[in-house]
Ligand binder design. Structure first.
Ligand code: HEC
Length: 130
């Protein structure tokens, strides 16, 4: 293999790798809705006696809430409720946690983000918790 050809192969291989790494995950708001309702809302209803509706907040408020990653007045993090560890801990009693036990945490975060954006006060389809 001459040097020029070898270099071209390296460039093509690296380029393909960079392209696939850069490709954004295509979020699934329907899966986000199931996750939000069955994991997040189930606990809010149990502990707060009321759900936290997506349409209580605007898209921008949801974006900064998820970005800040401080949950329950900063006592824990939002991401902890997406972790595989958390799903494993509740999956015996929670069908959604069992169903999504092996989904990467970051994909589920994107899915819920897509759902709360769509359902926000100023979203495409504002939604409460019913
Ligand atoms: C194990 C129980 C539990 C789970 C699971 C849970 N939450 Fe919460 N959440 C709470 C409690 C308790 C509060 C505190 C509310 C208060 O005291 O006002 C809270 C508050 C919130 C608030 C209001 C602002 C704040 O942080 O105080 C938002 C928004 C929220 N949760 C989003 C979520 C999302 C999104 C998920 C799912 C990924 C989730 N929660 C999962 C228990 C839970």
């Amino acid at each position: 293999m001459n040097r020029k050809f070898g270099l071209a192969v390296v460039v093509v291989v690296l380029g393909a790798g960079a392209m696939s790494a850069a490709r954004a995950y295509d979020s699934d708001w329907k899966r986000g809705r199931i996750y939000y309702r069955q994991i997040c809302t189930t606990c809010h209803t149990a502990e707060l006696k009321k759900p936290i509706a997506p349409n209580d907040r605007t898209m921008a408020e949801w974006a900064s809430y998820l970005q800040a990653n401080k949950h329950n007045k900063g006592k824990d993090t939002v991401s902890s409720y997406f972790s595989k560890q958390y799903r494993d801990s509740i999956k015996a009693k929670n069908p959604a946690a069992a169903k999504y036990a092996d989904v990467p945490e970051k994909d589920l975060i994107e899915d819920v983000k897509a759902f709360v954006h769509k359902s926000a006060k100023d979203g495409d389809a504002p939604a409460g918790c019913s």
